[in-house]
Design a protein around this ligand. Structure first.
Ligand code: FES
Length: 859
């Protein structure tokens, strides 16, 4: 076949799809997102017709012309579709972008007029699709800043040209000569002891090089969660264990010369299990006599019991009260690039791991500790990471890849399938939240009592800290003097939960903001006023029960402006709707600490390069959060140049001393401060050098992540509900964010839109199901229903005008927090429209319809 004008005469293997063929031929712009034709990341043209190459047999392309994103550009430059995505910045992580560009390049005029239909075969997890629509419409969103004035400008991502041409290199977009393939045999049981494993038949499969079991793995316990302070997470996991605690847990790994041989090897392994009793419900898991998963008493891996003030007296003082219990679902991150890593030994015998990770430095530390290696004998790096959302703050593959590389002394690759991503990666913690709150007639809150039970699944990674965080800012945002919290993070024999955008706050905020809405209704106070009466004010302490946080304060305050934006939105006349549909409005707020507690470290080095250019070395990974762009802007301003003169080297343990990682929304507020310090110091050195040559001059910067400030968000919806079907239509969506100095309005808006879109998915549709035996039954995008272009409304985004006293150049965080007020705002709008208070996420059409039926039946 002709690929991008070049003849390729290698015959495909029998049954091979075009996607894998193209990648084996070196066309890495063709991405793997699902292998089931659902995500469109692999879209290419065959004789000018767009196809999902994962479903297209490679042999059918014989004698045809195949075009990938690498072949779109002509002699005069980028294809118009590529240029449009670059001008509009129609991407964040960019993993979906090649597919979207290939679809866009083939759109007819009729298809352009109906983009929701035209893009039904292309998923994007990051952008919320507005930026994609802008690209198709030819909107130019980027701006070229003047030297020294790029902060605050809509600067495009430095990697933009590579992203739109398919040249950006993600984890597996590299040739590793002689690489072996690993596949993992996983447990069918939710709880079992492995009595025996017979691997002889697997080892006899042609191409199989090794079978690894618990007998080959270190006995050392660790946590897959990665935090600066490892003690935050219980050490309860082994690389390969002789006890399995969830269906989907690793049992054995097969390493072979091909994926097919590794899969055949897995099928040939015989495992004898001694099945143990399992418990899937966290309340049941805490009950006496429940099966124990680990040493933790009652399966409780973390708990919080604390009171501020006198809660009973507060309720006695209350003139209205509301009490309700809320539940949230298991949700998958669904980053389009699945978990994966490839490892090898370099010429010096050093272990190198290239991985899709948000925490390369902490992963290096964890791998080194597991295998008793000095830190400097392990190098961990990332390419561009295809989405993370917290899911890649976890060591899910690197430990196993390291074991195989060290054993075989050969390169080894492990790439999760989409099904493994659902069954064996992590999910958002399901929460059960009961909240009672009381207020005086004037709306002043007098008491709040919170009970939270979180399902951490089979392992405690992130369990205690998600629980603590969820219970903190959600209550601290209100001045109520009497608050009590009882919270439990509980082991169950379910797929492990982990870090996910919002880190527990979304779940508790759902309850708090729903109950606030009910109190306001009882009192006849409008919801914005109810918040204005009760929210924390500048200079006040941020108090929540069990507060162990002493480095957090309000270093800038824009919540009043956010509430003003929401009041303005709710004052505007509404759109007309279909006859018979019920219309309502609702809002909610959220507060989040800018960065995690306990210290988050970043180092940066700035160096003068030849040709009026500068290098910034910084550890933070880029996974679509835009931190690289902002780092380039910060450095450019400090060095009085433009961002195109800044070369960023990043996310490689060889480039700087340490970096805690790209999580906790720290890319700008922590790593950005280190970059600012390094670039400022370098500029001073340059000035001091006078006429002396400066090429090679360097300076460093550090920030330890403390003290910290808080950011605020407010969301408002107007919705229409069809009472006969439960269908919800979002008529208007408005979000206001207090991000301090908005470093890049284009990217910050993208973070808000993407966060709202992801939250709408979790609010309206997404849920990972497990059956009575504990097996995950949601194994692909077709069942999961990730939001498509057609599902996401355009959200109007406003920013408060504030400048933070702590963040670099006044900035605060804004990656995770837009997620948190979305579910309660929608719940409150549905309540307003229908009179029904929905307390269980997601609000699927059948749940809404059932709620309406119940309301009709009740007197
Ligand atoms: Fe679309 Fe990340 S930019 S999936």
């Amino acid at each position: 076949m002709r690929i991008n004008g070049q003849e390729h005469d290698r015959a495909p293997r029998p049954g091979q799809c075009l996607r894998t063929y193209l990648r084996e031929e070196g066309w890495f712009g063709v991405k793997k997102g699902c292998d089931t034709g659902d995500c469109g990341a692999c879209t290419v043209h065959v004789d000018g017709v767009p196809v999902h190459s994962c479903l297209y047999p490679a042999h059918r392309a014989r004698d045809r012309g195949v075009t990938t994103v690498e072949g779109l550009a002509g002699p005069d430059g980028l294809h118009p579709a590529q240029q449009a995505f670059l001008d509009a910045q129609g991407f964040q992580c960019g993993f979906c972008t090649a597919g979207l560009i290939m679809t866009t390049a083939a759109l007819t005029d009729d298809q352009r007029a109906d983009l929701p239909r035209a893009f039904k075969g292309n998923l994007c997890r990051c952008t919320g699709y507005r930026a994609v629509a802008d690209a198709v419409a030819g909107v130019v969103n980027t701006a070229g800043p003047a030297p020294g004035a790029s902060v605050g400008a809509a600067v495009g991502a430095p990697a933009g040209p590579e992203v739109v041409t398919g040249a950006a290199r993600y984890t597996f977009d590299v040739d590793v000569p002689g690489v072996l393939h690993m596949k993992v045999l996983r447990s069918p049981h939710a709880h079992a002891r492995i009595a025996a494993i017979a691997a002889e038949a697997a080892l006899a499969v042609p191409g199989v090089e090794a079978v690894l079991t618990h007998a080959d793995a270190p006995a050392r316990l660790f946590s897959t969660a990665q935090h600066e302070h490892a003690a935050e997470d219980p050490a309860d996991t082994r690389v390969l264990d002789d006890v399995v605690r969830f269906a989907g847990q690793r049992v054995a790994a097969v390493v072979a010369t091909s994926e097919a041989a590794a899969e055949a090897g897995c099928r040939a392994i015989t495992v004898e299990y001694e099945v143990l009793p399992a418990v899937l419900d966290p309340e049941a898991a805490m009950a006496p006599g429940a099966p124990r998963l680990h040493a933790a008493p009652n399966n409780v891996v973390g708990e919080l019991h604390a009171t501020l003030g006198d809660v009973d007296a507060g309720f006695a003082e209350a003139e209205v009260t509301c009490e309700e219990t809320f539940t949230t679902a298991r949700v998958q991150h669904a980053s389009l690039e699945t978990h994966g890593a490839v490892g090898w030994l370099d010429e010096d015998g050093r272990l190198v791991i290239r991985t899709s990770s948000q925490t390369p430095f902490l992963t290096r530390r964890a791998v080194a500790a597991l295998y008793d290696l000095p830190l400097d004998r392990v190098r961990v790096l990332t390419g561009r990471v295809g989405g993370g959302f917290g899911g890649k703050q976890e060591m899910l593959v690197e430990d196993l890849v390291a074991l195989a590389v060290l054993r075989l002394r050969r390169p080894v690759k492990l790439e999760y399938t989409r099904a493994e991503q659902f069954t064996s990666a992590t999910v958002r913690h399901p929460f059960r939240v009961s909240l009672r709150a009381g207020a005086r007639r004037d709306g002043t809150l007098t008491a709040m009592r919170l009970r939270v039970v979180t399902d951490t699944g089979a392992y405690g990674n992130h369990g205690p800290s998600v629980m603590y965080h969820g219970c903190h800012e959600s209550l601290a945002v209100y001045r109520c003097p009497n608050k009590a919290t009882d919270a439990y993070a509980v082991y169950t024999n379910s797929v492990p939960s982990g870090a996910f955008r919002g880190y527990g706050l979304g779940q508790v905020t759902f309850a708090v903001e729903s109950v606030l809405d009910e109190l306001a209704r009882q009192l006849g106070i409008d919801p914005v006023t109810m918040r204005e009466i009760n929210v924390v004010r500048p200079g006040e302490p941020l108090l929540a029960p069990g507060d162990h946080v002493d480095d957090l304060s309000i270093a800038s305050y824009g919540l009043d402006q956010c509430l003003g934006h929401i009041r303005d939105a709710s004052s505007a006349p509404g759109a007309s709707v279909l006859p018979g549909w019920l219309v309502g409005e609702g809002m909610a707020i959220a507060m989040i600490a800018a960065g995690p507690p306990g210290g988050h470290y970043a180092d940066a080095t700035a160096t003068v390069l030849p040709g009026d250019r500068y290098e910034i070395a910084v550890g933070t990974a880029e996974f679509g959060n835009g931190s690289t762009t902002v780092h380039a802007q910060i450095a450019a301003d400090a060095l009085h140049t433009t961002p195109d003169r800044i070369v960023i080297r990043q996310s490689d343990t060889d480039v700087v001393r340490h970096d805690t990682g790209a999580f906790g929304s720290t890319g700008v507020v922590v790593a950005g401060r280190a970059v600012l310090e390094a670039a400022t110091a370098l500029h001073e050195k340059i000035l001091a050098a006078g006429d002396t040559p400066v090429v090679g001059l360097t300076a460093t910067g550090q920030f330890d992540g403390t003290p910290r400030s808080v950011a605020f968000n407010a969301q408002w919806f107007r919705v229409a509900v069809d009472p006969d079907t439960g269908e919800i239509r979002i008529l208007r969506s408005v979000h206001s964010a207090d991000a301090g100095t908005v470093m890049n309005p284009l990217q910050c808006r993208g973070q808000v839109e993407g966060g709202v879109a992801q939250a709408l998915g979790a609010t309206l549709a997404e849920h990972v199901d497990i059956d009575a035996a504990g097996r995950v039954t949601t194994t692909g995008f077709r069942q999961y229903h990730l939001p498509t272009f057609a599902d996401i409304p355009c959200t109007e985004v406003h920013f408060a005008a504030t400048t933070d006293a702590i963040g670099p150049l006044g900035a605060k965080s804004m990656s995770e927090s837009p997620f948190n007020p979305v579910a309660p705002a929608l719940a409150n709008a549905l309540r307003d429209a229908t009179g029904v208070r929905l307390t269980a996420l997601p609000f699927t059409r059948d749940r809404v319809w059932e709620g309406l039926q119940r309301a009709r039946r009740s007197p």
